[in-house]
Design a protein around this ligand. Structure first.
Ligand SMILES: [Cu+2]
Length: 407
């Protein structure tokens, strides 16, 4: 990377922060930003102008007041413990021949696959007493945390409550953050309150402040919005296998509706090709019992690991994913992501219709671990169609959903 360019970019990002800090400190009553407790009524609060143009002539940052100002979007998100059912509506709902399902399992296992897990859930306000009802559009998110949205220029404020017995965090991809909002513990030379975001203890609340600069939004090869994710980053792989992962969408400046969704898209779906390795969950011993006590590594007992690996889409196996419904001719945007295990190597495949990804026509998209991708579809072929991972082992183990194209 060109050093001069990189230096300018870092400097402009730091300047971006400085301006935002100057603007926000009065709102926070001058208290430390990360611990702001003043209720800022979330969606739609205008932020005084924060537009920065890093490529301004002479390397001087210029503010353009004619640009649309950003908003502060506040989310109340908790990590909660739940008993998660990977099969709420039953087994092999796609009706596929030769699929391993309930009858293949040990006696007593029952037809459901239920594990104790920790997931992110959204609440209506900072009392964390009332869960926010997930809109029907996002019921298919399943085990994923609430969708966090921003338009480039916005500020995202997440009031995070840890209702679990675990130490957890929230760490965002793609967005911009300072050291007190990174949500990841490691030797980064920081100390004191700047470390408070790195390990949120059971019962504690922490406010993460993230921003959506141009560098978090669509680039030349992207559409009008891009996908990112957030997840717990205390012991990262174990946190994610326990269930702590969720989506972020950033829409280009000037391309968002008030709710943050891209104006040029009719319908959005978020699909996580997610293996949950329950042997790497904080609750493995609680879920599996005595067997877990003798289990020290995947290499020691691959069979036990395989028996407790769930090949899911959004935490559902065997087409338990709610039916994804769209209409012929709509502009449908698919946001794809994957989990973090070494076998989270997927090939997302649609029957019946094609997509455009990275300006290429596809009907299958490759996803490595922790991948994020966006693909657009104009469905033309009516009917109920398979959406599945094309990796044979994953497909056989239930990484399958259905989508429906209506006239
Ligand atoms: Cu797969």
């Amino acid at each position: 990377m060109n050093r001069t360019w990189a230096g300018k970019r870092v400097a402009s990002q730091q300047r971006y922060y400085e301006i935002i800090l100057m603007l926000l400190l009065p709102l926070a009553g001058g208290s430390a930003l990360a611990q702001m407790t003043m209720p800022i009524s979330a969606q739609g609060q205008r932020v005084p102008h924060t537009s920065i143009h890093p490529k301004a002539s002479g390397g001087v940052t210029q503010v353009h007041p004619e640009d649309k100002p950003g908003v502060v979007r506040t989310y109340y998100i908790a990590a909660d413990e739940v008993d998660w059912d990977y099969t709420p509506r039953g087994r092999n709902l796609a009706g596929l021949p030769h699929v391993e399902s309930a009858e293949d399992e040990a006696p007593g296992a029952g037809s459901h696959r239920i594990y104790h897990k920790a997931i992110y859930r959204e609440y209506t306000n900072g009392t964390f007493k009332t869960l926010k009802i997930r809109p029907q559009q996002w019921e298919h998110l399943g085990i994923l945390g609430p969708l966090i949205r921003a338009e480039v220029g916005d500020i995202i404020r997440v009031v995070f409550r840890n209702n679990t017995h675990l130490t957890v965090t929230m760490h965002p991809h793609g967005l911009s953050y300072k050291k007190d909002a990174e949500g990841a513990l490691y030797n980064d030379g920081t100390a004191g309150t700047v470390k408070a975001d790195d390990k949120v203890k059971p019962g504690d609340t922490y406010t993460y402040l993230w921003t959506a600069p141009e560098s978090s939004g669509p680039a030349a090869m992207d559409g009008s919005s891009v996908l990112w994710m957030y997840h717990s980053h205390f012991v990262e792989s174990t946190d994610i296998n326990t269930g702590l992962i969720g989506p972020i969408i950033v829409t280009a400046r000037g391309m968002a509706r008030p709710d943050g969704s891209p104006k040029d898209v009719d319908r959005e779906f978020i699909i996580d090709f997610a293996i949950f390795d329950e042997t790497d969950s904080w609750f493995f011993e609680r879920n599996v019992g005595k067997q877990a006590k003798t289990f020290h590594s995947k290499a020691l007992d691959p069979a036990l690991r395989e028996a407790n690996a769930l090949y899911t889409i959004n935490g559902y196996i065997e087409a338990n994913l709610p039916l994804l419904t769209m209409r012929k001719g709509e502009h449908v945007r698919w946001y794809l992501l994957s989990n973090t295990n070494e076998d989270d190597i997927h090939m997302a495949h649609w029957h019946g219709n094609t997509v455009v990804w990275n300006r290429m026509r596809m009907d299958s998209i490759f996803l490595g671990p922790m991948a994020m991708a966006t693909a657009d579809m104009i469905p033309e072929n009516e009917g109920t169609w398979l959406l599945h991972c094309h990796v044979s082992d994953h497909f056989k183990n239930g990484m399958v959903g259905l989508y429906q194209v209506l006239p």
